[in-house]
Design a protein around this ligand. Structure first.
Ligand code: EPU
Length: 418
């Protein structure tokens, strides 16, 4: 197993280019499978393990998938199977977007249940509720799901919780349903909007994405198209937080600053200097950080995916900070790892009480999930001395070339191939 070795304590300076959004790309590739005519060419696809996994799954259905740098070409005109039963399906969360995509196009899908980061119970009841409301039958047996429908008919669906996955998945199924579907209490994340834009470019009729009511008028068929995925707001947030934690001046480029407003606002509250441009943010920090309180919420609230990296920064803040993780019940597992580096954190359920300590010290720690991994990298970068981060396969699922990117900013970080 690979490890990241970090000699911490170096400031970060320079420019960093952010890649395409993981959580948009992992939904857009399955959406591309819905085209019955033409080829889709999708740019700004990040080079991460989750995408490679999806490419393998989509190929196993009979799609032709070609990667060319950051661009992926998908020809789904001659799909031979609606059974997604490979081990890859169990490895990642977003494989479940094939449920909506294949159900929408073919009226049937059989797949293993999805995997993903161990951050709490991850029910899919809202996805199922949506599919059933459209007229599908859902059967779960032996760890696999089978969804079938003679026809899908649009209807009004009110989600009981705000769910990114359910919003996108039911939207996928509804674009080829008969009549109009209205999704209420929908998630408003930028990647929901990106998937809707992609579907519309394929010929769908989706309106209202980005608000909590999405209206979908079903169309007969979808056609392959050219598209470019939005920048990854969580990769950007990670580099912004790292710059704040290590000190220095970093220009985070190729982003949509609006998508990062809640993170930028928190950093400003902490005393970090933030300057926004059209497609970049400058982060300047002298490491004199004020403690703050954070509650994670659906967009446009503070994102749960930035909570763990931010908690590392709060370890060296002045005074006490309180984090309330309201989305996932087990997203504080990284705290035990931070404690090995000298952090003072008490966890009570979903609340973490962090008392700022002047410094962290390098240690051997592990990445317990994707964003926990990012949190440990930031901890290693800001700590005194040597850190060794194991289980970095979690990090590789979502951060392209993380060690090269941090090294380009002046960090002393390298991968030890295991
Ligand atoms: N929920 C239900 N029922 C459902 C679906 C969700 O109760 O049917 C609950 C969940 O238990 C959770 C809340 O609703 O408490 C939100 O879950 P959501 O469905 O929005 O999460 P997701 O779609 O499974 C995506 C991202 C996560 C990110 C969350 C929240 C992808 C592939 N994953 O997950 O990203 O934390 O939205 O923003 O898009 C990550 O990138 O590290 C990551 C975990």
């Amino acid at each position: 197993m690979d490890k990241l070795i970090i000699n911490g304590g170096k400031p970060l300076n320079g420019n960093i280019e952010i890649g395409g959004a993981k959580n948009a790309a992992v939904a857009i590739l399955p959406a591309a499978v819905m085209a019955s005519v033409g080829i889709s060419v999708i740019d700004n696809i990040p080079e991460i393990e989750d995408i490679q996994c999806l490419e393998r799954i989509i190929s196993s259905l009979g799609c032709k998938v070609k990667r060319n740098g950051n661009s992926v070409e998908i020809d789904s005109t001659n799909i031979t199977s609606t059974n997604a039963n490979t081990e890859d399906v169990r490895k990642m969360r977003a494989s479940y977007y094939l449920y909506g995509a294949l159900l929408g196009r073919f009226g049937r899908v059989k797949a293993e249940l999805p995997g993903g980061c161990p951050i709490g119970v991850r029910p899919i009841d809202q996805h199922i509720k949506g599919f059933e409301a459209l007229g599908a039958s859902v059967k779960i047996e032996h760890g696999a799901i089978e969804i079938t429908a003679d026809r899908l008919v649009g209807t009004n669906i009110y989600f009981d919780v705000v769910s990114v996955g359910a919003t996108i998945n039911v939207m996928l199924a509804a674009v080829l349903a008969e009549g109009t579907t209205v999704l209420e209490n929908a998630a408003k994340e930028p990647h929901v909007v990106d998937v809707a834009n992609f579907l519309n470019t394929m010929g769908a009729n989706v309106k209202g994405a980005g608000t909590d009511v999405i209206r979908i008028v079903g169309v007969e068929s979808l056609t392959g198209c050219n598209y470019s995925v939005i920048p990854d707001q969580m990769e950007a947030a990670t580099y912004m937080i790292a710059a704040a934690a290590c000190g220095g001046k970093v220009i985070v480029k190729n982003i949509i600053p609006k998508h990062l407003e809640s993170v930028s606002a928190k950093l400003v509250e902490m005393g970090v200097k933030i300057e926004e441009g059209d497609d970049y943010i400058v982060v300047q920090s002298d490491r004199n950080i004020k403690g703050v309180n954070i509650k994670t919420l659906p967009y446009p609230g503070f994102p749960t995916d930035a909570q763990q990296p931010m908690s590392t920064l709060l370890c060296i803040a002045n005074g006490r900070s309180i984090i309330n993780e309201s989305i996932w019940e087990s997203r504080l597992k990284h705290v035990d790892e931070l404690k090995k580096m000298g952090a003072s954190i008490k966890v009570e359920g979903r609340i973490a009480i962090i008392d700022g300590v002047g410094k962290l010290t390098g240690a051997a720690v592990k990445a317990t999930d994707l964003r926990a991994g990012a949190a440990m990298v930031i901890a290693g970068l800001l700590a005194e001395g040597r850190s060794e981060i194991s289980s970095i396969e979690h990090i590789d699922r979502g951060y392209p070339h993380i060690e090269d990117k941090f090294r380009s900013l002046g960090a002393d970080i390298r991968r030890e191939v295991g």
